[in-house]
Design a protein around this ligand. Structure first.
Ligand code: NAI
Length: 278
């Protein structure tokens, strides 16, 4: 370990169970000497095992529904009291689509569900940053990171309305990043992560195929949740102070590949089989 976050304080949203990207990140931040408050929605607290992570990392938990500004205000105030000062890093690792959960197709959305999912997955990033900004809760050269997926730029049919949520999230990262950079010297980035077997990931229809396809496409293979945690550490550290307003692909190279040899081979096998049976 490199002590990259020694003396740094932060808030980590979205650790639900040991597979969560936020869970792996909390473990790595702890190893690198950072201190933090863990938070999740009151409902997730009942479902998950956050207390176990809190004990392992000597951290406290404050419940907050990320769609409620009053919850965010309470969280940000209390976190600074607990940690003893302003924040250096914040991780937004939150996503949820009711349409995906209810198996509503993209061309048959229930708009109440769409709004709920957008509020949780996308607008919440704005609510979080606006609250941090107004409370002047970030130290200079602090770092805010949220997680995205390449369906924000390219069509992955079963990613459903989460694709639109991620496009919005990335845009908020850029726009708020401008003001946070200019006024407070704080950086804001989104990481566009490989498909990862977590509770949120497994909820997407055809996830197994998704993950195998990108594994075959990416020259370095899929990035795991642990790999993602390592990358987040670099963005929280002082080594990336001038990186801001970016959507950073963390996907083993997937996003720059048109087609890979491994994927092409699956078609040549298919063609051989189909010509043999003709
Ligand atoms: P996860 O299911 O472990 O984490 C999602 C978290 O969002 C959970 O902890 C959940 O409790 C929290 N959440 C939901 N509603 C909330 C609310 N109202 N208030 C506060 N928290 C709430 O799954 P994962 O994969 O670790 O997700 C983290 C982030 O990574 C999400 O933004 C997701 O979209 C993104 N991502 C995931 C990928 C994957 O394949 N798993 C790929 C690319 C990005």
């Amino acid at each position: 370990m490199y002590n990259l976050l020694k003396g740094k304080r932060g808030i980590i949203f979205g650790a639900l169970d040991e597979n969560s990207i936020a869970w792996k990140t909390a473990e790595r931040v702890f190893e690198e000497g950072g201190t933090f408050v863990l938070t999740n929605s009151p409902a997730a607290m009942r479902l998950g095992s956050l207390q176990e992570l809190a004990s392992k990392t000597n951290s406290q938990i404050i419940a907050a529904d990320v769609t409620l500004v009053s919850d965010l205000e309470n969280l940000i105030e209390k976190a600074q009291l607990i940690l003893g000062g302003k924040l250096d890093f914040v991780l937004h690792s939150i996503g949820m689509s009711v349409n995906v959960r209810k198996k509503n197709h993209y061309i048959d959305e229930d708009y109440d569900f769409t709004q709920k999912g957008w509020d949780v997955s996308a607008l919440s990033f704005h609510k979080l940053m606006q609250t941090l900004y107004k409370k002047d809760a970030m130290n200079e050269w602090g770092s805010i990171v949220a997680l995205s997926y390449i369906a924000a730029q390219r069509v992955f049919p079963d990613y459903n309305d989460m694709a639109d949520n991620k496009a919005y999230l990335e845009s908020v990262g850029r726009s708020f990043g401008y003001f946070f950079g200019k006024d407070k010297k704080v950086r804001v980035n989104t990481i566009s992560q490989s498909p990862t077997p977590t509770r949120a990931g497994n909820g997407v229809k055809g996830f197994e195929e998704f993950i195998s396809f990108s594994e075959k496409m990416a020259p370095l293979g899929n990035a795991s949740a642990a790999d993602c945690a390592d990358y987040i550490i670099t963005l929280f550290s002082d080594l990336t102070q001038k990186v801001t307003m970016q959507n950073l692909f963390h996907d083993g190279g997937f996003s720059n590949v048109g087609v890979s040899q491994a994927v092409l081979e699956t078609f040549s096998k298919y063609n051989e089989n189909s010509s043999n049976t003709r």
